[in-house]
Each structure stands twice: as C-alpha cells, then as structure tokens.
Design a binder for this molecule. Structure first.
Ligand code: FMN
Length: 405
C-alpha cells in the first residue's frame, strides 16, 4: 500500500476492511467527486480500484484516481483482461461494483447488456454473480426520459441497487459521499442481526414555552443514531424515532418527533402495530414540561416564572406494551460517583424492567466519544472511553450475547 494511502486507511472505521470495491466511473461532471469518494471508502478500510470510461477521462484525469486509490486505473480493456481480473468469477474478484456517477448513457447500456466501454464491460462481467450499485447523476430532463426511467426500473428488478439521486437545482445530482459510503457499508456488512426488529430513539426532545421558545437539553442524537445505523448495517429491520434538530441519519425508516408527547405517541403506535425484538431508548427525553405554554409569543423585558410539570416516563410504558422485547435504557447523571450511577441504573431496571442500562456521565452529550458502564440484571461491565460508533458495535455485541444466552 502506498504511504499516502496508508495514512488514511481505516482511520474512520474498519467496516470495509478486506473489501475490494470497483469504482466504475462514467462521464458525468460529478466524476469530480470520485477522488473524495474513493478516499472516504479507504478511510473505512476498503481497497478501491477505479475503472473509467473514455468520457470520464475527459472530465477527470486518470492520475487523479490513481492518486486517490493508490492502484492502477483501468482506462481500457487490454490483453490483461482487466474486466475479468476485477469482476470475473475467481477468488481475487472484487466484492462490489459501484457505478458512480452513472450517466443516462451508461445506465441504459447496462440495462441492455451492451458493453463497449471499460465501465460497461466490467459491469457486464460482474452482473450475474456480484453485487452492483448505481449512483445516477444527470440533468433532470435526462432522468425524466421514459426510456431511462424504464431502464432504471428494469435494473432494480434485476437486483441492482440504486443510491440517490438527490433532486436539486433542476438536476438529479449524485448522492452525497456520506450516503454512498453508508449504503456501501450496509450492502457489504455481515448480517448477524438479520430477522431482528429493532426500535431506537435518539436526540433531545423540545418542550414549548410559547410558539417559538422551548426547553431542551444538550443531546445531539449521535449515540442513538450510531446504534440505529449499526443495527441496520447488521441486517436488522430498524425504526429510528429521532427528534427534530438531531444529527442526520441514513437509516431507511425514520420518524421525526419533537416533544415527549409526540415521542410517546410514535412509540405506542409502533409497539401497537409491530412486534419488536429490541427497544433502545437512547433519546434524552425531557423530564419536565411547561404546565401552561403560552399560545402567543411572550413579550420580552419582564421577569418570567415558568411552572413545570413532570412528563410521562416513556421507558416505563415499553414493557407494558411489549413484555417480551429486550429493553435497553440509558441513564445519564452529573456529579455522581460510579457506585451511585450504577445504583441509579439498577433502579431503572427495577422500575421500568429494563434488561440493560447504559450508564454515563453527562460529559458525553454532543461529543463523538462516550465512556459508559453497562449495567445488566446480573452483571456490570465498565467500558473504556471510545468513539460512539465503536461503542454502538460493542453494545449490539453485548445485547446479541444476552439474547442468544
Ligand atoms: C462536462 C460534461 C458533463 C456531463 N455530465 C453528465 C451527467 O452528469 N450525466 C449524464 O448522463 N451525462 C453527462 N454528460 C454527457 C455524457 O458524458 C455523455 O452522455 C457520454 O456519452 C457518456 O458516456 P459514458 O457513459 O460512457 O461515460 C456530460 C458531458 C460533459 C462533457
């Protein structure tokens, strides 16, 4: 591995370690994104091989992709039969062909089995036996072409997965790099949670004082989002109930709520209509709300006294609605000694019948890292400080261990 590639290799996660990805680049202007995309895939541990159509080479020079990937770039099919080397049926083949940014031309050729560019030849070679993902990018009138549309539908029927596009400024723009990386990880991840249905809450609720002012807390939603995304990577069917203003997430099934009342309503609706195997309550739900919120904006300049009342304890409802679900709660307290934090967690186990409580100090709010103590019904495990993504992996390993006995 080249030194400058080694410097970024798996620095963000190990999710794609051991995965070989063919980045097949057609001639869309969005090819300028491919340097960053390749580097981002490498940051998650992937080995990336670029293949470029003749038209892509008019937009970005192959040197840029050589630099980005640290590997030779396929710009033509030669006597080395590069298409077979990358996408033929043998032990060194790639794990995925990602066509990005896919032109109307390349999409339609793939749909018709035509292969007359390095990109389409690699795709044709891969089609019957390897996963293929396509991220389209084109002017919106090209995307609206009925034949292009039909070709996309045909490819979907044949098992090709599409990522995006995003519709902006009259264009069907290529999906964001973050979304593409998310979808690639989801595609290639091992699926040890397949068959499990999981409900996760994330973020800080808001309780209104008047129509524009509210009481909230410092939770960013990062921990809950990391937990939900990790479960989706592992193949679980995930519902993420996320508060307005939390960090964004690419989890497919999301419900946005704002207040405790809305969160409770959304949870009750989910638990009434589907059986969930695991419920993770990672949202920082407000303990109080304003007793009589003003219907119009409160005038400034005068002292204001607010009367607060306790909100319903959402976590206490979970086992009433689904006694068999594995319930994971969070407990965050300031200025408590470790033993006190553990005893608070145990109280939650008693009261809400949680199966696992993740206890932390409030220092983690908004941060990318967290340091927690896992408190189970008959065990206590202290974990070292780590990134919230890594912690999400550990939490699911722990839950899977307990569920499977
Ligand atoms: C600067 C430039 C930008 C282009 N951007 C797009 C695009 O975003 N989407 C698209 O479908 N075609 C785009 N085209 C047209 C394609 O390059 C053209 O359809 C070509 O035949 C695609 O060949 P390929 O799919 O083999 O790379 C662009 C052309 C140029 C010169």
């Amino acid at each position: 591995m080249l030194h400058h590639v080694k410097l970024i290799y798996a620095t963000k996660s190990k999710k794609l370690v051991g995965k070989k990805i063919v980045l097949a680049i057609p001639g869309s202007i969005a090819a300028v994104e491919c340097v960053k995309l390749a580097r981002e895939l490498i940051r998650h541990g992937a080995e990336v091989h670029a293949v470029m159509s003749e038209n892509a080479q008019k937009i970005i020079h192959p040197y840029a992709m050589e630099f980005a990937t640290g590997n030779p770039v396929v710009t033509e099919i030669t006597g080395f039969i590069e298409h077979v080397e990358l996408a033929g049926e043998h032990e060194n083949k790639a794990d995925l062909v990602l066509v990005c940014p896919a032109t109307a031309n390349t999409i339609s050729k793939i749909a018709c089995g035509i292969d007359d560019t390095p990109v389409t030849t690699v795709v044709t070679t891969a089609f019957a036996h390897m996963p293929i993902m396509i991220a389209p990018a084109m002017h919106s009138t090209m995307y609206d072409h009925p034949v292009v549309k039909e070709n996309i539908e045909k490819l979907k029927r044949l098992g090709v997965e599409f990522i995006g596009p995003r519709f902006e400024e009259g264009k069907a723009k290529v999906a964001s790099i973050d979304e593409i990386v998310y979808r690639v990880i989801k595609k290639l991840h091992n699926k040890d949670m397949k068959g499990l249905r999981v409900l996760v809450t994330a973020g800080a609720t808001r309780e209104y004082i008047d129509p524009i002012r509210y009481i909230t807390n410092a939770s960013s939603g990062k921990m809950g989002v990391a937990i939900a995304e990790e479960a989706e990577f592992r193949g679980a069917e995930v519902t993420l109930i996320k508060t307005k203003g939390s960090v964004p997430s690419f989890v497919e099934n999301q419900i946005e709520v704002e207040t405790v009342e809305e969160m409770l309503e959304a949870i009750e609706k989910e638990l009434d209509s589907k059986r969930y195997d695991v419920v993770v309550m990672a949202a920082a739900v407000s303990d109080f709300r304003v007793k009589n919120p003003a219907l119009v904006k409160i005038k400034s300049g005068e002292p204001l006294v607010l009367e607060l009342e306790p909100t319903p304890k959402i976590i206490d409802r979970i086992k009433e609605l689904q006694p068999d679900a594995f319930l994971v709660g969070f407990k965050a307290e300031t200025a408590l000694k470790e033993e006190e934090l553990i005893s608070e967690a145990k109280k939650q186990i008693e009261r809400a019948k949680s199966d696992l409580v993740i206890a932390n100090t409030l220092k983690a709010f908004g941060s990318d890292e967290n340091e927690v103590i896992l408190v189970g019904r008959n065990f206590i495990k202290k974990l070292p400080r780590m990134n919230k993504r890594e912690l999400a992996e550990k939490i699911w390993d722990e839950i899977a261990g307990i569920i499977r006995g």
